[in-house]
Write a protein that binds this ligand. Sequence first.
Ligand code: NAD
Ligand code: IPM
Ligand code: MN
Length: 368
Amino acid sequence: MTTHKLLLLPGDGIGPEVMAEVEKVIGFLGEAGIAAFETEGDLVGGCAIDAHGVPLTDAALARAEAADAVLLGAVGGPKWANVAYEIRPEAGLLRLRKDLGLFANLRPAICYPALAEASALKRELVEGLDIMIVRELTGGVYFGEPKEITTLADGTKRAVDTQVYTTGEIDRIARVAFDLARKRSGRVASAEKHNVMKSGVLWKEVVTQVHAEYADVALEHVLADNCAMQLVRRPKQYDVLVTDNLFGDVLSDVAAMLTGSLGMLPSASLGAVDAKGSRKALYEPVHGSAPDIAGRDLANPLAMIGSLAMALRYSFGLGEAADLLDGAITDALAGGARTRDIAPEGTRALGTAGMGDAVVAALKARIG
Ligand code: NAD
Ligand code: IPM
Ligand code: MN
């Protein structure tokens, strides 16, 4: 069996707590002979600032480059609220994404049958929900220059962020969306604001051009604000939803609540496929470091465990093992396992470790 080299970057807040549950799953998959991993760990975010004065060392970046895939917990927290902007915890994550060229962020929002009641929306609106948000991850206003705050002659200040997209950046993310749609329901919705933004005009134009090569896929353009509303009004109208970096950030948090909790959404951040057929990849939950619940065994580890399932599928070609792990998550939920974020008010819930154990028990039960 091939041994896959995984770099684990637990990060801050609940990051290390949810990563510990993934390590349980990794241990089990190894023992059961389903997938073999060699893991090493490093620091990213606030913990790296504390240890090294920067949120990502060159050595950690080099390890990420050398790994077959990276798993990341979460970064940030109030402890680092006053560090310089350039070295804030989030800058470590952004550098990883940019320097590894991880332009395609897949954020699947699936409402598990057992969780239809946990969603903020009515059961009939979310039952069977399965949306794939394709978020552009290395461009747009996150990285555009200039990005600065200057002081004006009258002593007041002026802040600038720059939204930039090139044809090439839009073209490659559109292809990711159309290719995924071919394996799913054959529908893509593309969200932008061409009514206000030049980058939206180009986005719509390029997505339309690329679509000409995908005549078998249905394409709908939607303004991003309307899209946010539609996600809450009738979310099942969407299958693959492609959008830019900032809209994708916001729309995926909205989609998370349709599934019951931000603690349910995994993600895969993927680079271009190289000549050998491999690609750089980082797998991370959509949620953050959740300082309000950190250190209390309250965090839901399913987004992190689901991110490992995505690594099995997208980096290691282990689709069956990924199905097995996704199935174990479904079984654990069907069996009543709930962390507090997805438990009905007033009921007793499992802790982070208890949920990890429930997934491992469900894995055991599945393989007999
Ligand atoms: P957050 O995602 O950390 O938390 C938002 C809310 O969701 C909180 O109430 C939190 O308790 C809850 N929540 C999040 N994950 C959960 C889980 N697994 N189980 C149960 N409940 C969960 O967002 P925030 O509070 O706005 O940000 C906190 C910090 O995290 C900030 O520094 C932010 O920059 C950072 N952040 C990091 C990432 C990342 O590392 N990928 C993503 C988002 C935010
Ligand atoms: C996410 C996060 C990050 C983002 C932050 C922490 C930089 O919110 O992954 O969704 O905005 O991309
Ligand atoms: Mn976000």
